[in-house]
Design a protein around this ligand. Structure first.
Ligand code: ASP
Length: 449
């Protein structure tokens, strides 16, 4: 058989499914670069790509709410008494907070060192720029003490007025989470009488995981189309213009991925980070393709349970909460983006303002839903809270950020998902809820995607 036939047969039969997804990603990037948007507008090909990609995302989103509800109820009920629940809950919040604080610190340090916003200063209208500067000067005088810093921390309107659908989505998700946690805790505390309800949610959970398996048959075309569309939309020209801004964010994310997580894993657990990363490869790739932590959640849970050996008890509690609230990569991106905007408008930042940007990035990121571009929208809260600027006032710089955001969103979602699994693995390892034999033995790993 000729070599090219052998290769084709190998791709069709031999290669494991995760390679299909990898090929879909690479293929998507290539197609996106070859067929970019013309003059900022999509062609029929792009509309088709978008249609298939969105259909895939919608299918996954269909199972997110039943999955989150059943996973958390089963998770909390199996944690049993409220003491253990409290302990694991506190640990989870602690690790998520630690990881996010490190992310923000890295973001701020890199943005101040490489000053990515300086380069686009000439692109900003001079008159607009001086208006913005004047406004910020007045705010500087008002935010020079700690009490106003504390006041600024209380978000008046967390999501900003410019996107109601995002606000609605986030509010409902948070409301669902709170209600489910309260009911989960109640079921856990009533003892054996909870059996019928818990068994019911156990079946719902198992069924949603089954549906995930079915939907994942479409993962390859879905991810190919989503990636191709995003790359075509961003276009090489815009990426070139903003290369320093994009590089600073990617460098920060790489530091989180290659330095922070391995260090934290090493300090707090006995897990080998290389084994964990290998176990969750599919989740990373699906996160990259969909740019949505929530949509990736079913795959994240599957990878953690079927490969990383993390018990269902820990997975079903830590991962759904992580997918909605732990957004360290988003916080990193937001702090870089806000400092980028300040630099573009030649605003000099006081140390207090920088601290405020960091603190608000932590809040805004956890208020971001696990859906594409959520971080870009909640960034309004940081701009408003720290510099008292609206998106309209810094429109020119915001448009530039917007243009490349989808591609950066893919990277940060991958990191957001990775950090959820890192925290789940650490907690599982400490609680004796991790099957090290399974994690270290990839021969017996089951298919996930
Ligand atoms: N897309 C991201 C996620 O789902 C959130 C964001 O940064 O926009 O994790």
């Amino acid at each position: 058989m000729k070599l090219h036939w052998q290769i084709l047969v190998a791709i069709g039969l031999g290669i494991k499914r995760n390679w299909h997804i990898f090929l879909a990603l690479i293929g998507g990037i290539i197609v996106g670069l070859i067929f970019p948007f013309q003059y900022g507008d999509p062609a029929p090909l792009h509309n088709l790509l978008n249609f298939i990609g969105q259909a895939f995302i919608r299918l996954i989103q269909m199972i997110v709410v039943p999955l989150v509800i059943s996973a958390i109820i089963v998770g909390i009920a199996s944690l049993g008494d409220s003491k253990q629940l409290g302990k694991i809950g506190m640990k989870m919040v602690g690790y998520y907070a630690l990881i996010t604080v490190i992310a923000v610190t890295i973001g701020i340090a890199l943005a101040l060192t490489f000053t990515p916003g300086k380069g686009i200063k000439p692109k900003i209208d001079a008159q607009q720029s001086s208006l913005v500067q004047e406004k910020v000067e007045i705010i500087k005088q008002n935010t020079s003490n700690l009490s106003s810093l504390a006041l600024n921390m209380i978000p008046g309107n967390p999501i900003g007025e410019n996107n109601h659908s995002e606000k609605k989505m986030e509010t409902t998700m948070v409301q669902i989470l709170i209600a489910v946690i309260i009911f989960g805790a109640a079921f856990a505390s009533i003892g054996e009488v909870n059996r019928p309800v818990v068994s019911f949610f156990e079946s719902v959970f198992a069924a949603t995981m089954k549906v995930t398996d079915w939907i994942m048959v479409l993962a390859m075309p879905g991810i190919f189309c989503l990636t191709a569309y995003s790359v075509a939309q961003a276009g090489l020209e815009t990426i070139k213009e903003l290369w320093l801004y994009a590089s600073v964010i990617l460098l920060g994310l790489a530091l989180q991925f290659f330095v922070t997580y391995p260090l934290i894993i090493k300090i707090f657990s006995k897990v080998k980070f290389t084994s964990l990363y290998q176990a969750i490869t599919e989740a990373m790739m699906v996160a990259f393709g969909t740019a949505s932590s929530s949509a990736t959640l079913p795959v994240t849970i599957a990878c953690c349970e079927r490969r990383a050996g993390i018990s269902n008890k820990i997975c079903s509690f830590v991962l759904p909460l992580g997918a909605t609230m732990n957004m360290d990569a988003t916080a990193l991106f937001q702090s870089v983006a806000v400092i980028f905007i300040a630099q573009a408008y030649d605003i000099s930042l006081t140390p207090l303002m920088i601290v405020l940007i960091g603190l608000l990035a932590i809040i805004a990121s956890s208020a971001s839903a696990g859906i594409p571009s959520a971080g870009l929208i909640t960034m309004a809260l940081i701009l408003q809270g720290s510099l008292e600027l609206s998106i309209e006032e810094v429109g020119q710089a915001y448009v530039l950020i917007f243009a490349v955001d989808r591609v950066l969103d893919m990277f940060r979602t991958m990191i957001n998902v990775t950090s959820d699994t890192v925290v789940a693995a650490i907690i599982a390892s400490n609680e004796g809820e991790l099957d090290f034999e399974l994690l270290e033995n990839n021969e017996v790993w089951k298919e996930v995607v």
